[in-house]
Design a protein around this ligand. Structure first.
Ligand SMILES: Cc1ncc(COP(=O)(O)O)c(C=O)c1O
Length: 406
């Protein structure tokens, strides 16, 4: 099965836009992906036809909304191959999913002197929640180095474990280098030492099949808006035996069993972690996005993205004024680069005038920037709606940018 990119592009209304009179070349999907009509329609339908608050209602609209919301949870469970929809906690995003784990583990499980292993290529979303735990509980952060390509030496990883290691919190794919990490091996080693492992899957879940049961991890965090779904929704997968041991993250409606003036008892997972009215329409939108993406065939999508990444890398390598960061053979179409003598912000601003939207900065990965010896890079990130013409447009625009800046 291969994908029909022209037909896919028709499904994204925004891709018909012009930017400063030029066709839009959108190369910023790793920051946030555009939305297909299927997602826009599912959310509009939910609001126009079937909207009410979920779970508590006894009327038809509430039942319909509850069914759509819980169907979305089941869709996420299938997408990640979780054992049950009850292992899927809806959060407000990837960041919120990681904060949930850091808060809940910090209540009892992680104490002063306990160790948490992080890699040097984490997004700040998977760093700062652990710094908060360091500040709150005296946890010790231990850092796993990565190669220039974002690869991990498993012996070095193993050497970081001690009897105090409680958790590994690590990216399943770098948002800068595009390199995937060997999730199953990382998990096996963590479990050998009795530590739990959390994957930040915000990038990895977009580019290949995720099977949390095969990986065997304890937690897996995903965000909706990079997966062609809306903002305001994310997912924490937690293995049920682990979720059951965690205390609540926030208090409010829905997450309780009983409340009296003197006591409170809590609901079972996942509801224990979903205080208050959840992001109902956003969850429905995420469900629609995952059904839409799965229908395209995740392998076919990956094959198209690999072809785009190979093309873009080959063309960028021909430019003697460009340096690429991260050349892992397995990498996703996330390409960080520098243009000689130019600040990435200037590169991005000039490319924008030519219709090419990409990101420049530290990509919320300052420890990785330090490791690479830079303060910022430009980053082109491609998705299933990008074409080989988009790659050519980037290269042409880079030639012009270089001419203007040199
Ligand atoms: C690897 C990674 N983790 C976490 C996040 C945070 O996701 P969100 O902003 O949706 O909470 C991002 C977003 O850029 C990311 O790239």
């Amino acid at each position: 099965m291969s994908i029909d990119v022209s037909a896919i592009r028709e499904e994204f209304p925004i891709l018909a836009r012009e930017i400063y009179g030029k066709p839009l070349v959108y190369l910023d999907s790793a920051a946030s992906a555009q939305k297909p009509q299927a997602v826009i329609e599912a959310m509009t339908h939910a609001m126009e036809y079937s909207y009410a608050n979920v779970h508590r209602g006894l009327h038809l609209l509430s039942n319909e909304a509850t069914t759509a919301f819980e169907d979305a949870r089941a869709t996420v469970a299938t997408f990640l191959n979780a054992a049950s929809p009850d292992e899927i906690v809806f959060t407000s995003g990837g960041t919120d999913a990681i904060n949930l784990v850091s808060y809940a583990l910090g209540v009892d499980e992680i104490r002063e002197g306990d160790e948490i292993i992080l890699s040097l290529m984490e997004h700040h979303s998977n760093i700062v929640p652990w710094h908060l735990l360091r500040e709150r509980k005296g946890a010790v952060l231990k850092w796993l180095d990565v190669t220039d390509d974002g690869e991990i030496d498993l012996d070095v990883y193993r050497s970081l474990f001690t009897p105090r290691t409680k958790l590994v919190a690590i990216s399943h794919m770098s948002n800068v280098l595009g390199a995937p990490t060997p999730a199953k091996a990382l998990t096996q080693i963590a479990h050998e030492y009795g530590a739990k492992i959390l994957f930040d899957g915000c990038q990895a879940a977009v580019h290949g099949k995720i099977d949390v049961r095969d990986i065997g991890c304890d937690f897996y965090a995903v965000t909706g808006h990079k997966l062609y779904g809306p903002t305001g929704i994310g997912v924490l997968y937690g293995r049920m035996d682990v979720l059951k041991t965690l205390p609540p993250y926030r208090g409010g409606g829905e997450m309780i069993d009983t409340v009296t003036t003197d006591t409170v008892t809590y609901n079972d997972p996942p509801h224990r972690f979903e205080a208050g009215t959840p992001p109902i329409v956003e969850a429905i939108g995420l469900g629609a996005a995952l059904l839409w993406l799965s229908a395209k065939g995740i392998d076919a999508v990956a094959a198209h993205e690999t072809a785009l990444r190979t093309h873009a890398t080959e063309e960028l390598r021909k430019l003697n004024f460009v340096r690429i960061y991260g050349q892992s053979a397995e990498k996703a179409p996330i390409i960080a680069f520098a243009v000689d003598g130019a600040h990435p912000h200037d590169v991005s601003a000039i490319l924008d005038r030519q219709g090419v939207a990409l990101r420049a900065g530290h990509h919320c990965a300052q420890p990785l920037m330090k490791r690479l010896g830079v303060t910022a890079t430009a980053r082109a990130s491609l998705a299933l709606y990008n074409t080989h013409d988009d790659v050519e447009a980037l290269i042409k625009a880079l030639h012009k940018t270089h001419e203007m800046l040199s």
